[in-house]
Design a protein around this ligand. Structure first.
Ligand code: ADP
Length: 482
C-alpha cells in the first residue's frame, strides 16, 4: 500500500513537473537546444576529469541522464539534439581519452547507445503526441463547459471547491478564483445547510451516486438565489476524482410560482368565506322547507347543498396544496383509535353514497399516533375516488390489517383502473390520468398529492395496485410505534 502510494506520488510528480508540456512550451526555443548541448558538453568534461576512477561504461550512463534531462526540459527535439551531441562527444572525446581506438566492443557500444538514445527520443515524441491529443480534447471540453449557460463546479470530499467554471459569473456574480478553496456550505442558506450536509453524505457513500437539488445560495451581492441542479459522485473516476455539480439559477421561476401560489391561496381564502355563509343559509332554508313539507323545493335545495359542498372541497384542496408548499399545513398529533376513525368515515359515505356498497373489515390494533382528522382526510379522498372512478362497479372494500410493524389501510374498487405507466405520476401535483375521458370525471388532480404528503408526515407509505380497466386498490401504511 505504502509502495503504491509512493509510486503514485512519484508518477504524479514526474508527470506534473518533469514532463509538463505547458512548462516546456513556455521555455525559449533557443534555450531548448542550447541547454542539451551544454549539458552533454559539461557531462563530457565531468566524466573525463577523474578519468581513472571511471570504467568506460560510466559515461554512457551519464549521457542517458543528459538525454532524459533534455527531454524533460525541452521535449523530444531537445532529447534528439542531446542524443546526437552525446554520441559525437563519446566518439571524439571519451574514445580518445580511454584510448580505445578501433575497439570492436566500443563501436558496438556506440551503436547500442545510439539506438537506445533514439528509442528514448521516439518514446518522448509519442508521449508528446498523446498529450497533445488529450490536451486538444480537454480544451474542446473546457470550451464547451465554459461557454455553457449551466454552471459547473467540482469539489473534493469535504465539499471544498477545486474547480469552478466561468459561467458562475452570470449565475452568482463571482469570479471563479474567488470561490476556489471555499467550502460550498459557505454559500448555502443557513436554514438549508443541515439538509445539504445529509444529502452530501448520502452522495459520498455511493460511487456514481447522483441526486438533484434545489437550494438557496448567496450571490456576490449578498442576495439569496434559488439554484437547481444535480450532484454526482465521481470520486472513483480516475480522470475526475471529484464530486461534480452542475447548476442553474431558477430564482425567477420560483418567484413566479410563488406569486401564483400566493394568488391562488388568497383567492381560495376569499372565496371560502362567502360560500360557507351561503351553505349555512341553504341549510337553514332546507330546515324551514322541511317543516312546511315542500318536498319539491327541498330536493332542489338538497342539490344546491351538494354543489356548495363540492365547491368547498375544491377550495379546501387548493388551500391545502398552497399550505403544503409553504410548509404551513398544521398537524395535531396524538394517540387515536384508527378502527373507529375508519368506521366513522365509512359510515359517513354509506349515509350519502347510495350508488355504492362499501364493506369494512377491521382487526384489533393498538392506538395509533397521528393526526386523526388528517388521516380521515386521506381515507375520505381514497373512498371518494373509488366511488368517482368506479361508476359501474358498485362494490368497494375497505380493510384495516397489520403488516409487520405497520397498520395498512386498503381501499379496493372495481372501476376504470390506472395503466401501469401512470401509477407513479398520479401522486404528483395536478396530475390527472391522460386516459380519462374529457369532462367525465371532475377534479383538480390534487387529492392524492395531499394524501401522500399527509401519509409521509406520519412516516408512512402509500401506493396503488392496479391495471387499466381492472379496478384499483389504494393503500397506505402507518407505523404502529410511530
Ligand atoms: P382528482 O381525482 O381530483 O383528479 P386525485 O389526486 O385524487 O385527483 O387523483 C389523481 C388521478 O389519479 C385522477 O385524476 C385519476 O386519473 C387517478 N385515480 C385516482 N384514484 C383512482 C381510482 N380509484 N381509480 C382510477 N383512477 C384513479
Amino acid at each position: 500500500m505504502a509502495k503504491l502510494l509512493l509510486f503514485d506520488t512519484l508518477k504524479g510528480y514526474a508527470l506534473r513537473y518533469a514532463w509538463n508540456r505547458e512548462k516546456i512550451s513556455k521555455r525559449p526555443v533557443l534555450l531548448r537546444y542550447v541547454i542539451p548541448v551544454a549539458a552533454a558538453l559539461i557531462t563530457t568534461w565531468v566524466v573525463m576529469v577523474p578519468l581513472n576512477f571511471f570504467s568506460m561504461y560510466a559515461p554512457f550512463l551519464a549521457y542517458f541522464g543528459v538525454i532524459f534531462f533534455s527531454a524533460c526540459y525541452g521535449g523530444s527535439r531537445s532529447a534528439l539534439v542531446a542524443s546526437i551531441v552525446s554520441a559525437v562527444c563519446v566518439v571524439v572525446f571519451i574514445r580518445h581519452k580511454h584510448q580505445l581506438h578501433g575497439g570492436g566492443i566500443f563501436s558496438l557500444l556506440i551503436v547500442f547507445f545510439l539506438i537506445q538514445a533514439l528509442m528514448i527520443t521516439a518514446l518522448f515524441a509519442v508521449i508528446e503526441v498523446v498529450q497533445k491529443q488529450s490536451r486538444t480534447s480537454e480544451e474542446t471540453f473546457r470550451g464547451i463547459v465554459e461557454k455553457s449557460a449551466e454552471g459547473f463546479l467540482m469539489a473534493n470530499q469535504d465539499g471544498v471547491m477545486s474547480y469552478v467554471c466561468l459561467s458562475v459569473q452570470q449565475i452568482l456574480g463571482y469570479q471563479p478564483h474567488e470561490l476556489l478553496g471555499t467550502p460550498i456550505t459557505a454559500l448555502i442558506h443557513p436554514d438549508e445547510i443541515k439538509a445539504f450536509n445529509i444529502r452530501f453524505l448520502k452522495i459520498l457513500l455511493k460511487d456514481g451516486q447522483s441526486m438533484s437539488f434545489l437550494q438557496r445560495l448567496k450571490n456576490k451581492q449578498g442576495e439569496w438565489q434559488w439554484i437547481e441542479g444535480c450532484v454526482n459522485n465521481m470520486l472513483k473516476n480516475p480522470n475526475i476524482r471529484h464530486i461534480v455539480f452542475n447548476y442553474r439559477n431558477v430564482t425567477e421561476r420560483i418567484n413566479q410560482t410563488k406569486q401564483q401560489e400566493d394568488f391562488v391561496h388568497m383567492a381560495a381564502h376569499e372565496l371560502k368565506t362567502p360560500i360557507t355563509a351561503l351553505r349555512g343559509y341553504l341549510q337553514l332554508m332546507q330546515l324551514y322547507h322541511l317543516k312546511e313539507g315542500r318536498d319539491k323545493d327541498n330536493e332542489m335545495l338538497d342539490r344546491m347543498n351538494k354543489q356548495t359542498d363540492r365547491l368547498l372541497n375544491l377550495i379546501d384542496e387548493m388551500l391545502n396544496v398552497t399550505r403544503i408548499r409553504a410548509g404551513e399545513l398544521l398537524y395535531h398529533f396524538g394517540l387515536f383509535d384508527l378502527n373507529e376513525t375508519v368506521r366513522d368515515v365509512v359510515d359517513a359515505f354509506k349515509a350519502t353514497a347510495t350508488t355504492h356498497h362499501i364493506s369494512l373489515v377491521t382487526q384489533p390494533i393498538p392506538p395509533v399516533n397521528g393526526d386523526k382528522d388528517r388521516i380521515s382526510q386521506v381515507l375520505t379522498n381514497l373512498i371518494g375516488n373509488a366511488i368517482k372512478y368506479a361508476p359501474d362497479g358498485p362494490d368497494i372494500a375497505v380493510k384495516v390489517t397489520t403488516e409487520g410493524p405497520d397498520v395498512v389501510i386498503k381501499v379496493k374498487d372495481h372501476g376504470i383502473g390506472i395503466p401501469k405507466e401512470q401509477q407513479k405520476k398520479i401522486f404528483d401535483r395536478f396530475y390527472r390520468s391522460e386516459s380519462l375521458p374529457k369532462n367525465t370525471y371532475q377534479g383538480l388532480g390534487l387529492g392524492l398529492y395531499i394524501a401522500m404528503d399527509i401519509v409521509k408526515k406520519h412516516h408512512g407509505k402509500m401506493g396503488v395496485e392496479s391495471d387499466a380497466g381492472k379496478g384499483a386498490e389504494f393503500w397506505f401504511s402507518l407505523p404502529l410505534n410511530g
